[in-house]
Design a protein around this ligand. Structure first.
Ligand code: MG
Length: 444
């Protein structure tokens, strides 16, 4: 598990599995696939990022690509810059929410989309076969783009639809975990009219707490919200695509609510389809129902959700891990879009985060994993689909069954011989019961 190669890119341990040589090869493969196009290159603040950036740059240049360096930038900034600048692709050097020993690469295609499985498999094949494009002359100069983050922020500001007067001067605590969100986010919130208290705001890559924006890692943010009497606390992960929220009482509300709150705002303005993955909470269905719109469920993975947005012409998309995609800005999960939409909801409704959350149904989600040989997982998923055929299960990624009282999603892990079962219902006991029913049907 120390090296993960998947659809969304590569992650490994710095100085161990993720060697500069490996990174170079992946960059050569990506550059080969692009046929020597124009590529944006960014990194989060991890101290090893500059080393990997040099390797990626060498790999891209060797295949005839033109490289534009963004240096430290958020992953959504890369997505925005690709589309607005007409680039052929982008690379973000980040291990996202993984702990400090990790780093990795995320690839984006010319639409600013994470690669689909075919594109990802092509990168892997070219690397394995060493079928690299190589140029002997015609090397392109390396360009720099220091303003991509500001342009991304300006685009999100320009997309504001609500009158923000009601929240002018509202106090916000922002925890950027010393990651890529440090650079643009405070001035962005200031532009939205907020008074910003920025914690862990040095872009040093020295993460002040484990960087995944989960409750147990955000006690400092919760305390700061209470201490400063703030209206809201926002937490970004190191590449600032995910956003977690703390309410005005200093309570972590859970990442599922990030998308739900954004959905409340967007659908009140522009009712339309919402695309989410199969493991995302029913909260979004409840909101869509209020507005008479539809939720499109996709396979798990940011790329699948992004494609779902495009295919459905959705007004919003995302995942239950605090990843919100506003397709007007880019097709990458974007913490700036999420912060803007939540603040606009507060301005529009005059309600606090705690009040807004209280308006939504309460669900409990449980996640369990079981060891299961990979070859048995498909049979297990099929058995579940057969057992509950009357409930018209979704089988696009494992099996998801929607019961009247909740839902269960059984799917294979991408990286381990493990089957994951997630269930959501109105209580722990009800969710556990759903897991048991599906487990029995699966023969696990
Ligand atoms: Mg991330």
């Amino acid at each position: 598990m120390a090296l993960m190669v998947g659809v969304s890119g590569v992650r490994g341990l710095v100085g161990e599995t993720l060697t500069p040589q490996l990174v170079l090869e992946f960059a050569q493969a990506f550059g080969t696939l692009l046929g020597g196009g124009r590529v944006e290159l960014a990194r989060d603040t991890r101290p090893s990022g500059a080393m990997y950036a040099a390797a990626v740059e060498a790999g891209l240049l060797s295949t005839g690509c033109t490289v534009t360096r963004l240096d430290v930038a958020m992953t959504p900034t890369v997505g925005h810059a690709i589309v607005t600048g007409g680039y052929d692709g982008g690379v973000s050097i980040t291990a996202s929410h993984n702990p400090p020993p990790w780093n990795g690469l995320k690839f984006l295609d010319r639409r600013g989309l994470a690669p689909d499985p075919v594109f990802a498999a092509e990168i892997a094949r070219i690397r394995e076969q060493r079928a690299f494009r190589t140029i002997k002359s015609g090397f392109r100069p390396v360009a720099a783009d220091a303003d991509a983050g500001s342009r991304h922020a300006a685009a999100v500001l320009k997309a504001v639809e609500a009158d923000l007067k009601p929240i002018r001067g509202v106090r916000v605590v922002l925890d950027s975990v010393n990651g890529a969100g440090c650079l643009v986010s405070p001035s962005f919130l200031h532009e939205l009219g907020c008074e910003v208290i920025h914690i862990n705001g040095e872009p040093s890559g020295d993460f002040a707490h484990p960087p995944e924006p989960l409750a147990e890692n955000l006690t400092q943010l919760c305390d700061a919200v209470r201490k400063h009497g703030a209206a809201v606390g926002f937490a970004q992960d190191p590449d600032a695509d995910r956003l977690a929220i703390v309410d005005e009482t200093g309570r972590y509300i859970g990442e599922e609510y990030t998308l739900a709150l954004c959905g409340m705002f967007v659908l009140s303005r522009r009712p339309g389809a919402v695309a989410v993955n199969l493991s995302t909470s029913r909260l979004i269905d409840a909101i869509a129902e209020r507005h008479g719109t539809q939720v499109v469920r996709t396979a798990v993975g940011e790329a699948n959700v992004a494609r779902g947005i495009v295919e459905a012409g959705a007004v919003l998309g995302g995942e239950g891990n605090g990843g919100v995609i506003d397709p007007r800005i880019c097709l990458v999960r974007d913490s700036l879009s999420a912060m803007s939409l939540v603040l606009q909801l507060m301005a529009d409704t005059g309600r606090s985060i705690g009040q807004l959350v209280a308006e939504l149904p309460r669900y409990v989600m449980i996640k369990q994993k079981f060891e299961c040989p990979r070859e048995r997982i498909a049979a297990a998923a099929a058995a579940v689909a057969c057992e509950f055929a009357g409930l018209r299960p979704n089988t696009s990624d494992g099996t998801r069954v929607d019961f009247p009282e909740g839902w269960v999603h059984l799917r294979a892990s991408n990286t381990e011989p493990i089957v994951r079962i997630m269930a959501e219902a109105e209580s722990d006991a009800a969710a556990a019961q759903l897991v048991d029913r599906v487990r029995t049907a699966a023969g696990l």
